[in-house]
Design a binder for this molecule. Structure first.
Ligand code: PLP
Length: 473
């Protein structure tokens, strides 16, 4: 497909402005460009068709089933977009006098309050602009707490080996040393290994529950107790809170700090580089270290300081508030229950079709298959199966994650899928399994129907071409 620059023809455009009929006001010399910018010149219809054609090559939740585990696109209701587009929310400036934006402040305060109730935390800041940014902020709180007590030996953050990659990265960025905690055969935190790793150098543990393989840590109270007894704090990665929101609260499990991804669980699309929001909640004893909040203005007495300019990615917060107000108290739990029900339904269907779950028993909002056996038997890999799904209009699940499961495919159907969609996906996967055994070659070559099939992912990551070079002359 031609690029927009390649479709450009000199003199063409969409410019319908009448000729200038007032005196021209030239840009001062020192600010003026030396050369005209090389913008594409193209007629309006061709321009629309170009982007429409590009959009048809993309795949989103409005195109089909999208069971990408862990970081999935969850529910992005259109209502949230309408609310975030209201002129009262879009037509403001962060430096406007406070008394002229009372409604917006109230919306932020309501969101803080709702998120505090959902997480079981006492304080919430909306400042962090992403999940990883929330982790970083939370870790700075933990650091400030230990420093404030003069406990400077606590330099280690414990992270389970199944953790999301941002966890160890954030801990390293916040200046901690990262120590891995192995999982046991059931995919849960190994309590003995945790006990052995805890000591006077433990600053804290980062954990998500349900964990990254979709399992609820049954011993969570014991886990948080072990860390607390060693003098550390416990951090909750709540990026995907939809498994338990309204049903169980990190604050009640013994967690001291947490973040949420509003751009996953609370109605803003995730991915594509759009704005995110990773609010952080904490227990009262950490409040003096918090950055500012909508209600309290500046941060507490020993604040770590602002972690972002102004208040928040405000319109993402509005979408979250609209989502929560629309659901109301009772139905927040219903959304979580739907997510868990759908995941278990699909898991069972795939097991019946002959797939192997990495961990048996009930899962939470997502589950992991291992295709190690299939690969040994037929040579067909998790990648081949994921690619084959594309031919049936299904977005592949998360592949090769978490690292502790070989040939992993991680599915998260989300609460909004109808049983028919799950049945159809299970049928597609059953058929792929049959083909893997009868005609493995056809799967090595999949997908057959997409514009791009198997790009060189290593080259794309190592040598990305993100800039157009004009031909010389
Ligand atoms: C997505 C995710 C993160 C990171 O969120 P970003 O907004 O992408 O930085 C952290 N932890 C878990 C479990 C996640 O799924």
């Amino acid at each position: 497909m031609e690029l927009i620059f390649e479709r450009s023809r000199p003199g063409r455009g969409t410019d319908l402005l009448p000729p200038l009929d007032v005196p021209a006001c030239p840009v001062p010399e020192e600010f003026a460009r030396k050369e005209a910018p090389r913008l594409p010149e193209i007629g309006e219809s061709d321009l629309s068709r170009h982007y429409q054609a590009l959009a048809r090559r993309a795949f989103g939740v409005c195109d089909g089933f999208y069971p990408l585990g862990s970081c999935t696109m969850k529910y992005n209701p259109k209502l949230g977009e309408d609310m975030a587009a209201l002129p009262g929310f879009t037509g403001i400036h962060p430096l406007q006098p406070g008394h002229t934006v009372k409604g917006c402040q109230l919306a932020m305060a309501q969101t803080e309050y709702a998120l505090a109730r959902i997480t079981g935390m006492d304080r919430v800041t909306l400042q962090p602009a992403a999940g990883a940014h929330g982790e970083f902020t939370g870790l700075l709180l933990i650091k400030a707490y230990h420093r404030h007590r003069g406990d400077n030996a606590r330099t280690v953050i414990l992270v389970p080996d199944s953790a999301h990659g941002t966890n160890p990265a954030s801990a390293a960025m916040a200046g901690f040393t990262v120590r891995n905690i192995p999982s046991n055969a059931d995919g849960l935190v190994d309590l003995e290994a945790l006990r052995a790793a805890c000591g006077p150098d433990t600053a804290g543990l980062m954990l998500t529950n349900p964990n990254t393989v979709g399992l609820f840590e049954r011993d969570i109270l014991e886990i948080t107790k072990i860390v607390h007894e060693a003098g550390g704090l416990v951090y909750y990665d709540g990026a995907n809170l939809n498994a338990i929101m309204g049903v169980a609260r990190p604050g009640d499990m013994g967690f001291d700090v947490c973040h949420l991804n509003l751009h996953k669980t609370f109605a803003t699309p995730h991915g594509g580089g759009g704005p995110g929001s990773g609010p952080v909640g904490c227990k009262e004893f950490l409040a003096p270290f918090m950055p500012g909040s909508a209600l309290c203005g500046n941060g507490g007495e020993h604040s770590i300081g602002q972690v972002r300019a102004f208040h928040a990615n405000f319109l993402v917060v509005i979408r979250a508030l609209a989502y929560l107000m629309r659901l109301g108290n009772a139905r927040v739990a219903e959304a979580a229950q739907g997510a868990v029900l759908n995941a278990n339904y699909l898991k069972r269907k795939l097991e019946e079709a002959g797939y192997t779950a990495a961990f048996p028993g009930l899962c939470m909002h997502e589950f992991v298959l291992t295709l190690e056996g299939l690969k040994k038997e037929t040579g067909v890999s998790a990648l081949d199966v994921a690619k084959a799904m594309l031919d049936d209009g299904i977005h592949p699940p998360t592949m090769y994650f978490p690292l502790i499961v070989h040939e992993a495919l991680m599915f998260e159907p989300t609460e909004t899928e109808a049983p028919e969609t799950l049945d159809q996906a299970a049928a597609v996967l059953a058929d792929i399994l049959r083909r893997a055994k009868e005609d493995p070659e056809s799967l090595h070559a999949a997908p057959h129907s997409t514009v791009v099939g198997r790009p060189d992912e290593t080259a794309a990551a190592r040598h990305p071409v993100v800039r157009y070079s004009f031909p010389e002359g």
